[in-house]
Ligand binder design. Structure first.
Ligand SMILES: Cc1cc2nc3c(=O)[nH]c(=O)nc-3n(C[C@H](O)[C@H](O)[C@H](O)COP(=O)(O)O)c2cc1C
Length: 300
């Protein structure tokens, strides 16, 4: 009932672990796979190891969390060892990478493909890492050339992940499509800040962070709706999904699948199973037998 297929990938259900939450080690990815997710995205991996920003890097805010991790990761060389251990996972593994230009992205993409991942997610949208992410991903020409260069170098599906922190998501979406991407992921966390009333200073060490969780869901749904209306490639929705009904909303806006991140903090690692059960109940109540029966209905 919940199976989905897009860009040549077959998922047992439309829930995917979002990048950066429990996706750094093989052990945690295996736990997520066993807890019911349809696919997993790894933590974003760069060329060299990075330790990320000093603490505090995460703070709870209204309707979600702010994080400014600074893309900590072991580097592409070391990460190969983690992927090696993932052989027992029987769901698609999507390798997330970040770089500062098309050469870096292409190099990382080839290494990730060599490790045996099933698809690639290009992080073009981190809201708090200097020189990476959003700084690259808000320029349509850069987005197009990075996508094109990665596509030229690998044969697995490529999904650029974009931000809502751009003037026009459709313009960036079109650049992704023109670059030859097999799908697009929207959205990353949203650039935000929290100030401590006692110290009168921003709480996060990096001052700015990315806002995720329930509070950003309406923004994510809007972006998925706009992208689904204007693009021909599949759109994967992410941002504030905690329940089956949240997932249904994204699918009605046109999403082929949904990624879940912050909800793990609120509902535990079983969130994938819970969202699937709730989605199935919602579908039965509404008389739908498959995801395709209601995907994109809101676009009429
Ligand atoms: C602690 C934390 C770390 C994250 N790290 C990454 C990352 O490495 N790469 C990436 O593309 N997105 C990263 N994200 C963004 C999520 O993948 C997701 O796009 C965002 O949190 C919105 O979804 P959510 O509301 O379900 O959490 C991170 C989010 C959080 C909360």
């Amino acid at each position: 009932m919940l199976e989905v297929e897009f860009a040549g990938l077959k998922l047992r259900n439309p829930t995917i672990l979002a990048s950066g939450i429990m996706g750094e080690s093989a052990g945690s990815l295996i736990r997520i796979a066993k807890s019911g997710a349809g696919a997993v995205v790894t933590k974003s991996i760069g060329l060299e190891a990075r330790s990320g920003y000093p603490n505090p890097t995460v703070v709870e805010v209204e309707c979600g969390i702010l994080n400014s991790m600074g893309l900590p990761n072991p580097g592409i060389e070391e990460f190969g060892r983690e992927i090696e251990e993932l052989k027992e996972i029987d769901i698609p593994i999507i390798g997330s990478i970040f770089g500062k230009d098309e050469e870096e992205f292409a190099l990382l993409a080839k290494r990730m493909e060599g490790y045996g991942v099933d698809a690639l997610e290009l992080n073009l949208s981190c809201p708090h890492a200097k020189g990476y992410g959003l700084e690259v991903g808000s320029d349509p020409d850069a987005v197009k050339s990075i996508t094109k260069e990665v596509k030229r170098n690998v044969s697995i599906p490529v999904f650029p992940k974009i931000s809502a922190n751009v003037g026009d998501v459709v313009e960036i979406g079109k650049a992704v499509e023109e670059g030859g991407a097999d799908g697009i992921v929207a959205i990353n966390s949203i650039r935000a800040m929290k100030i401590d009333l006692s110290t009168k200073m921003p709480i996060l060490h990096n001052r700015f962070g990315g806002y995720s969780g329930k509070g950003i869901k309406p923004i994510g749904v809007r972006c998925v709706y706009e992208l689904s209306s204007e693009l021909d490639i599949p759109v994967i929705g992410v941002g504030g999904i905690e329940t089956g009904e949240d997932a249904a909303e994204y699918i009605l806006a046109g999403a082929v699948a949904v990624e879940i991140g912050s909800a793990i903090f609120y509902r535990g690692i079983d969130v994938f199973k819970k969202v699937c059960q709730e989605l199935e109940e919602w579908m039965k109540k509404n008389g739908y037998n498959s995801i395709d029966d209601f995907r994109g209905l809101a676009l009429r």
